[in-house]
Write a protein that binds this ligand. Structure first.
Ligand code: DGL
Length: 272
């Protein structure tokens, strides 16, 4: 029987955005093979109801567990994690890590003034999950949460350097101007690509925390504590990419999220 340490890490997101997490994870753990699933047929999750987001999240976890052999499940989608954390932990026999717990862990370590901002999709902000989890650890903190639904589109349309993006960033972040925050959490897969422009808008006095790198750290700690680290590999590891629709578009957009060495051969997921 294969030892679990030789199995892959399963990761899912609503679409292509979770590749920010894959990118960090692959950099941090170069021996680990990742099987990534992007639910491109149903993206975006950020505008859906909580019931639909939960249903999609359970489908995604079931797909990765039933069709692939995985040792850990990483939920790279903030919106999904906001509505499915407990259910996925009950459903999955393997450890589950998600970007929300990773981001919260990191932002509470970063802030000194305990005045924090969180950016996310409409559904993530509506859930209040970031605020609740931060307040559990820092009950005196002030958390200002802002939904930034246009950011996902701007990133996917490759508008990162565009003047329209600058205006939209200014508009969304305007409520933070007089709030004296010292830390801001990027609570959505796509937002790390806008980090530079967000930092410019807020100035260097605000530390930006990106949950994709915190998530990679958490997975690394988990694998080492459970003796699940993959053996050293002399050849570059080939990750596998599956989607529920339009593999061609995923492959094109993926190039903005990954380094040039990562091979992206995208397959459509097999039927249930
Ligand atoms: N992956 C989603 C998240 O991190 C953003 C895209 C979507 O709305 O599905 O919240």
């Amino acid at each position: 029987m294969t030892h679990p340490r030789n199995l892959a890490i399963g990761m899912f997101d609503s679409g292509v955005g979770g590749l920010t997490v894959l990118h960090q994870l692959a950099k941090r753990l170069p021996n680990e093979k990742i099987i990534y699933f992007g639910d491109t047929a149903r993206v975006p999750y950020g505008d859906k109801s909580s019931q639909e987001i939960l249903r999609y999240s359970i489908d995604n976890a079931n797909y990765l567990m039933s069709k692939h052999k995985i040792k850990v499940l990483v939920n790279a989608c903030n919106t999904s994690a906001a509505y499915s954390k407990l259910q996925l932990r009950q459903l999955c026999p393997m450890p589950v890590v998600d970007v929300i717990e990773a981001g919260v862990k990191s932002i509470v370590k970063t802030t000194k003034s305990q005045r924090i901002a969180v950016l996310g999709t409409r559904a993530t902000i509506r859930s209040g999950v970031y605020e609740n989890e931060i307040l559990k650890l820092l009950p005196q903190a002030t958390v200002i949460s802002i939904a930034c639904p246009l950011f996902v589109l701007l990133v996917e349309e490759q508008f990162i350097g565009h003047k329209a993006t600058k205006l939209i960033v200014e508009e969304y972040l305007a409520p933070l101007k007089k709030q004296n925050i010292d830390a801001l959490l990027l609570g959505c897969t796509h937002y790390p690509l806008l980090r530079g422009i967000i930092q410019e808008e807020l100035g260097n006095g605000v530390a930006i925390v990106d949950s994709s790198s915190s998530c990679a750290e958490m997975v690394a700690d988990l694998l080492s504590s459970k003796d699940l680290e993959a053996p050293l590999s002399s050849l570059p590891v080939k990750h596998q990419f599956f989607v529920s629709d339009n593999p061609e578009r995923f492959a094109v957009t993926a190039r903005n999220f990954l380094d040039t060495q990562t091979e992206v051969h995208v397959q459509i997921k097999s039927p249930d």
